[in-house]
Design a protein around this ligand. Structure first.
Ligand code: G2H
Ligand code: MG
Length: 285
């Protein structure tokens, strides 16, 4: 049977590579938007420029009317962040903007595609490492055309876990984040890590370099592509309360298997994060 989204998948890989080249060459890491209230969420002109390039290329190829676009910088400017049944691209032009600003060497372009609210494929280009991760629903996950697979570790004591500190600096949330990390570290696990980009963190789960990555406060564009890649590499995705993964909920546990995921979930101190689709007043469909 003909694959209806093959062309879109191939195009996403091409666009992600092109975007990554722009990021690598970009001299512009000047912070354009920085702190607002208690969050520290950096944005640079490169974030905006790269998102324009990605969405512009996709619109030119697939038409503006039939496909929808959720992009980090477009949403920041007031575009809707609602997943409808229409073919929808979910884009983070520069995942790891803080890394980009500081020259910390993990920065990723993340492009996912959903139809009927189901993720069809995800592409993550870790552009400073020059590694292309990609996965299609039901067709496995790849890094630079090599099949990748999650680790087979089931013993939490033999695991490495990734989490991040997030962008919210309100003391009560930071306290919960550190308390969770302390509890997980003292299970004990082999180590805690964090690359500074959710997309790359999920690729590290998918390749088996770590057993799990969890975070509260991330957005759909940080994790949509990674969700497909982790799942296709044999991993699992769950909500931090143990329920089903919800792309718009801003919280997620991705792990090599359910045993590891559920062991971590036991330690997570949950705090509130406004849903991505609650931030938008416009309701589509
Ligand atoms: O750098 P960005 O795109 O803001 O994303 C962060 C999460 O907020 C890292 O994943
Ligand atoms: Mg991001």
């Amino acid at each position: 049977m003909e694959d209806p989204w093959q062309k879109a998948y191939d195009f996403a890989v091409t666009v992600a590579r092109k975007a990554g080249e722009v990021i690598r060459k970009a001299g512009e890491s000047e912070i354009k938007v920085s702190t607002k209230s208690s969050t520290v969420d950096l944005v640079t002109k490169t974030d905006e420029r790269v998102e324009k390039i990605i969405i512009g290329s996709l619109k030119e190829e697939f038409g503006e009317g039939t496909h929808c676009f959720i992009g980090e910088e477009s949403v920041a400017k007031g575009e809707p962040c609602i997943l409808t049944h229409k073919p929808t691209w979910i884009i983070d032009p520069v995942d790891g903007t803080t890394n980009f600003v500081h020259g910390f060497p993990f920065v990723a372009v993340s492009i996912a595609f959903a139809v009927n609210k189901q993720l069809e494929f995800g592409v993550i280009y870790s552009c400073l490492e020059d590694k292309m991760y990609k996965a299609r629903n039901g067709k496995g996950a790849y890094c630079d055309d090599e099949l990748i697979q999650v680790s087979d570790v089931k013993d939490i004591n033999k695991s490495i876990i990734i989490s991040e500190h997030g962008t919210d600096r309100s003391p009560e949330k930071v306290k919960k984040i550190f308390s969770t990390m302390q509890k997980i570290l003292c299970i004990p696990v082999h180590g805690l890590r964090g690359s500074g980009t959710a997309a790359t963190n999920m690729c590290l789960v998918a390749t088996g370099a770590v057993e799990a990555f969890f975070e509260i406060g991330i957005h759909c564009w940080d994790i949509a592509a990674g969700a497909v890649i982790v799942k296709e590499a044999g991993g699992v995705l769950l909500d931090v309360d143990g329920g089903p993964f919800d792309l718009m909920s801003r919280r997620m546990v991705s792990a090599n298997n359910e045993v590891i995921a559920r062991r971590i979930i036991k330690e997570i101190e949950i705090f509130s994060a406004e849903r991505d689709d609650d931030m938008c007043e416009i309701q589509l469909e």
